[in-house]
Ligand binder design. Structure first.
Ligand SMILES: [Mg+2]
Length: 285
């Protein structure tokens, strides 16, 4: 039986993430509808010079900010609630980055869903991950290496599945030249035994115990702060709480294809069709 849209959205909210495989931004309730809905977003991500420019801008900014943060021993980018007032001076420097649509590009997976149609299944996503064919976003490897060469550990916190996707993710990232440790210790997937809760908050705190976090990069609000499953207004208020941090401690990569924004935009929609729910979210003025 096909799960209802509301059930999928609930699953997405519980997941608190936007990893394409784990839930539904890229895990559409109806493949054909999503394919259509994602056409513009995916073509933009695959072809637009403007997207390339946006990612390069994000990583150029990140390099500048990293150097400034490294020079300030009290600088920290963990959410205030997650740091809990712990002093950071003397802790080892780190950055926290998401993987999908932050450092690596899964647009080919989206394109296949559009071209082939058919419903998303977790198996399709895991098959894509197992191919190890995600590419690096422009500027991402240079930034990660820039950090690593300065003694800054790059922690990849992604909601890919630790159980299913760890080896392929490790292989894919290392083949692209990202500074993933040989033992994979700087990879924290969803279900990692060191901090197994799905919300990224727990893994960020785990990193923060021994590191001061110079920067965080992501394409989804949950890559920076939790909880992200509120309404549109609640999520906007959460962003505004950290108004001064954006572009300074937290750097966002654009992702118009999927994300936790989508669950907020379609929350309480009541329509069985995803496209109809998205249309209901539009405002005329
Ligand atoms: Mg992501």
């Amino acid at each position: 039986m096909r799960p209802s849209l509301s059930l999928l959205l609930v699953a997405a909210l519980l997941g608190g993430c936007a990893a394409p495989g784990a839930r539904s931004p890229a895990a559409p309730p109806q493949g054909g509808a999503l394919a259509h809905d994602n056409l513009h977003a995916t073509v933009w991500m695959q072809t637009a010079a403007e997207y390339r420019a946006a990612t390069l801008a994000a990583f150029n900014l990140a390099m500048d900010r990293l150097d400034a943060a490294l020079a300030d021993p009290d600088w920290d980018a963990l959410p205030l609630d997650e740091r809990g007032g712990q002093p950071v001076a003397g802790l080892k420097p780190a950055v926290i980055v998401d993987a999908d649509e932050t450092m690596i590009d899964n647009s080919a997976f989206q394109a296949r869903r559009i071209l082939d149609g058919g419903a998303f299944t977790p198996g399709l996503w895991q098959g894509w991950v197992a191919e190890r064919r995600a590419g690096a976003l422009p500027g991402a490897v240079a930034f990660a290496r820039h950090a690593s060469e300065r003694g800054v550990t790059v922690f990849f916190i992604t909601n890919r599945s630790h159980q299913h996707d760890w080896q392929a993710t490790y292989d894919n990232l290392r083949a692209l030249g990202f500074p993933v440790a040989e033992d994979g210790s700087n990879l924290l997937l969803s279900g990692d035994p060191r901090a197994p809760e799905k919300a990224k908050e727990t893994r960020r705190k785990w990193v923060g115990r021994e590191h001061r976090v110079l920067l965080m990069l992501g394409d989804n609000l949950g890559d920076f702060v939790d909880p992200v499953d509120g309404s549109i207004d609640e999520r906007a208020a959460l962003v505004d709480r950290y108004r001064a941090w954006w572009g300074r401690r937290w750097i966002v990569l654009p992702n118009p294809a999927y994300g936790s924004w989508e669950a907020a935009a379609t929350r309480g929609c009541g329509e069985p069709d995803r496209s109809a729910c998205l249309r209901k979210a539009l405002r005329r003025d």
